[in-house]
Design a protein around this ligand. Structure first.
Ligand code: AGP
Length: 606
């Protein structure tokens, strides 16, 4: 899941590539590079590490190219170093690539006697294959078509050939790629963030499409028939990809959560009425089984939704990790719905899960953030979660937007199945106003969470325990803590701890107990106490109502409370507090919060 960018035009391509790579850096930051036309010769400059390293190196080079391609890398094949960095040049072909060539070793074996490979990458092999076919076919489009036949895997390529240094060729399969034109300047990018400062209008390349960018954009389908493309328009602005005075995108995006709720309410429930949901979400009454599929935090929204769907709509709900779902035995049911959750809409495993569900003739619904992304286009129906651009690798506002959409679907399904009356449904929906107010209050009170974080930010491990939907919230809270602070935290079903894992509890180890359901609160509280007996530092995360029941118990290091909300929305404010705590722990540790090590925002490889 790298970021690629390209430019053909009259401006200084170096500057456009560098600012584009900065905007794409959340897709991978192991190394970066540029290739450009320097007086009809292809010049390549690449550096290990952040884009700023490349930018510094380019400062000493005075070339003013008008054609260039660039890349920021998330290493899949070969260490993050300069040799493995993109662009790669083999023969007369230079390219950048996002994706994975699964059969690169067999292709490499075939070409080993023709080309001398420098790097450990699959990409260099693809570059050699293109060069080989171009020499053989003496026709670049035909050559690219043959390459499509040979390659197994995912790719978005931007290619410059020695004999056409002013032009760029592009093609894609599975990995995202857009192209845009503004005032005879042509831009290629992995996503809109890289070109928003020039235009918000773009073309989407479909599977196996090829395009040549020279005096204009020439589109071809996989049969090399010339095709035209419809223009898409991104509704946001460049501000979406700027920090706007915040220290980190993560904090900016947490602050944006109230606006996200406003977007969702004004678009899907403007009158806070169940009839709005019927109108905007359609009908779910025919479904007898729901399977929710996603990865990471997206999977965690499914875990939480399961409890709402089963308890309030009485519908059998399974939650699957997409990477497991795509290789496991599927038991398709009549009247089954597969719900695919994804912020980026490009996560490879979730995309394949969508295709698998369709191949098994199961209805698919995508709950997606990025407009017209691959999973959105692959799903039968889409409900966009309207969170706007999310740049920080650790998802915050998009996770909550997905969970809110799922909670609204739970209310709708409960109503459709006559388990929730119209009045009850509308009463629940009234709480959406309180949700915004409570979230604003938590965010305005963020220094309180910084004070709490000061107590344990130096710790090396911690636990999050909870039962039922709270266990799902623990999964997300623990992931947030892990991915930005590198503290080894584990989420555990509270009742499971004593069956082994409690052996890990040591003196002063932090154990968060998340408790939102009054009926099982005493159970989780006793599990928390079992860890206290082994010396843990208990932090209770709960509602004001439940906290009041335990106000005389002074044994907690901290009691973090949120205002009471209906069970459909209670999880959301709990998670905002946990996001802030993770943020401040990472901040106090001085970690790179927006670009945690080894991670990338959109996982477009298996
Ligand atoms: C979450 O903070 C992580 N960035 C990661 O777990 C993410 O949720 C996962 O990769 C799924 O991404 P998606 O929602 O774009 O499909």
């Amino acid at each position: 899941m790298c970021g690629i960018i390209g430019y053909v035009g009259k401006d200084n391509a170096k500057d456009i590539i560098i600012s584009g790579l900065h905007a794409l850096e959340y897709r991978g930051y192991d190394s970066s590079g540029i290739a450009y036309n320097a007086q009809n010769k292809i010049k390549i400059v690449k550096m290990e590490g952040k884009v700023s390293n490349l930018e510094n190196k380019l400062k000493d080079i005075n070339d003013l190219p008008h054609t260039a391609i660039g890349h920021t890398r998330w290493a899949t094949h070969g260490k993050p170093n300069e040799v493995n960095a993109h662009p790669h040049k083999v023969g007369n072909t230079t390219l950048v690539h996002n994706g994975i060539i699964e059969n690169y070793l067999s292709i490499k074996n075939k070409l080993n006697n023709i080309y001398n490979f420098q790097s450990e990458t699959d990409t260099e092999v693809a570059c050699a294959l293109i060069d080989y076919y171009v020499k053989k076919e003496k026709n670049k489009l035909k050559a690219l078509k043959l390459v499509q036949k040979d390659i197994i895997g995912s790719y978005a390529f931007a290619i410059i050939f020695d004999d056409e240094p002013e032009n760029i060729y592009i093609m894609r399969k599975d990995s995202p790629l857009i192209v845009a034109e503004k005032d005879n300047n042509y831009y290629v990018a992995s996503d809109i963030a890289a070109i928003l400062s020039y235009t918000n209008k773009y073309y989407l390349l479909d599977q196996l499409d090829i395009a040549k960018i020279s005096d204009k954009i020439y589109f071809f389908d996989s049969e090399l028939n010339p095709i035209t493309k419809k223009i898409n328009e991104y509704s946001g602005t460049i501000n979406d990809v700027m920090k706007n005075g915040f220290d980190h995108f993560m904090l900016k995006e947490i602050h944006d959560e109230v606006n996200v709720y406003k977007n969702i309410i004004s678009n899907y429930v403007p009158n806070l009425s169940i009839h709005d949901l019927k109108k905007n979400f359609g009908n779910f009454s025919k479904y007898k089984k729901i399977t929710i599929v996603g990865c990471g935090s997206a999977y965690h929204t499914g875990l939480a939704a399961k409890y709402l769907f089963e308890n309030f709509a009485n519908i059998e709900t399974n939650v699957e990790m997409a990477s497991e779902y795509r290789y496991k035995k599927i038991f398709p049911k009549r009247n089954e719905l597969v719900i695919l959750i994804s912020q980026s809409g490009e996560t490879a495993d979730t995309l394949e899960a969508a295709r698998l569900a369709k191949a098994n003739k199961i209805d698919t619904l995508g709950i997606i953030n990025v407009l017209s992304s691959s999973i959105a286009r692959e799903s039968d129906r889409v409900i966009y979660c309207l969170a706007g651009c999310e740049i920080a690798v650790a998802t915050t506002k998009a996770y909550l937007a997905q969970l809110l959409i799922l909670s609204l679907i739970a209310i709708l399904m409960g109503y459709e199945r006559k388990l929730i009356t119209r009045n009850e449904a509308n009463n629940y929906l009234l709480d959406l106003t309180k949700l915004q107010k409570d979230t604003k209050e938590i965010i305005n009170n963020k220094d309180y969470y910084k004070e709490i974080a000061k107590d344990f930010y130096k710790d090396r491990e911690m636990f999050f325990i909870g039962r039922n939907i709270d266990f799902a919230l623990c999964m997300e809270s623990s992931l947030k803590m892990k991915e930005i602070s590198y503290i080894h935290s584990e989420a555990y079903a509270a009742g499971e701890l004593k069956h082994g894992t409690i052996s890990l509890i040591e003196e002063n180890m932090v154990v968060f107990g998340i408790v939102t359901n009054p009926s099982i609160a005493p159970k989780t509280i006793s599990n928390l106490k079992e860890t206290k007996a082994r010396g843990s530092k208990m932090i209770l995360v709960t509602t004001k109502e439940i906290a009041n029941n335990y106000k005389d118990d002074k044994s907690y290091k901290f009691v973090i409370t949120v205002n009471n909300l209906c069970p459909f929305f209670q999880s959301l404010t709990i998670i905002t507090t946990m996001q802030l705590i993770s943020y401040y722990v990472a901040l106090l540790k001085g970690e790179n919060i927006d670009q945690p090590r080894n991670l990338a925002k959109s996982v477009t490889v298996e």
